[in-house]
Ligand binder design. Structure first.
Ligand code: HEC
Length: 195
């Protein structure tokens, strides 16, 4: 190792040590998700985007492999507050896309087989860095398949590719607020793709 490289290594280690970040982390300018600017979110996504899919696909899940080829419903990740203040971006499959992207507020009925996959990024305050959050899923089942969740199946894939474990009611109790929209909450208005 020549002196210059050694010096650079020492300096970067010192910088990492001072922020608590690891070399593989995606640094953030603020750990308060609501204070992130559009430019901050762009640079976080540039750093973490590929890593998200790498993680979600570790268990071989087909939705994890495919969702980025679906129709994206947002212009960038939004911070809605729900879903743990994470940065959220939702993709709709072919069956869901046309109806979902209308962001209609009344009498919404999604077709059987409609799927929404919402990737998420968490700001880790201790690490002062952005880390991959779960991939949240909703799938519309056949009529009558799950009356207690209005035939929606809630799912999730952890950043390590393993399925998340939770009660359906944990998700549905909150999504119930959007009954007129077939229980869909939609992205924040300022990040919705125009249609
Ligand atoms: C405290 C309320 C709350 C809980 C609990 C909740 N969600 Fe959501 N969910 C929202 C909101 C608000 C949005 C829209 C925000 C956004 O995507 O920017 C949303 C959006 C979604 C979407 C995108 C489709 C849509 O509704 O527009 C999916 C998929 C999703 N949630 C899955 C889940 C799953 C799976 C769980 C349980 C593990 C869950 N949600 C729990 C509030 C909640």
């Amino acid at each position: 190792m020549n002196h210059l490289v050694k010096f650079a290594a020492v300096v970067s280690f010192a910088l990492l040590a001072s922020t608590g970040a690891q070399a593989q982390d995606c640094p953030v300018s603020t750990t308060e998700p609501f204070d992130l600017t559009e430019a901050d979110i762009d640079s976080i996504y540039a750093c973490i985007g590929d890593r998200m899919v790498e993680g979600y696909t570790k268990g071989g899940d087909m939705v994890a492999k495919n969702y980025r080829n679906w129709t994206v419903s947002g212009t960038r990740h939004g911070v809605a507050g729900a879903h743990g203040n994470r940065l959220l971006l939702t993709y709709a499959n072919d069956i869901a896309a046309e109806q979902y992207l209308k962001f209609a507020e009344e009498d919404v009925v999604m077709s059987v087989g409609a799927r929404l996959a919402k990737e998420s990024i968490k700001i880790n305050k201790k690490k002062n860095a952005a880390v991959v959050g779960p991939l949240f899923l909703m799938t519309k089942l056949a009529a009558g398949a799950s009356p207690e969740t209005a035939d929606w199946l809630y799912g999730g894939i952890q950043p390590n590719g393993k399925p998340m474990k939770f009660k359906q009611s944990f998700c549905h109790d909150c999504h119930m607020s959007w009954e007129e929209q077939d229980y869909l909450a939609y992205p924040l208005e300022d990040v919705r793709v125009s249609n």
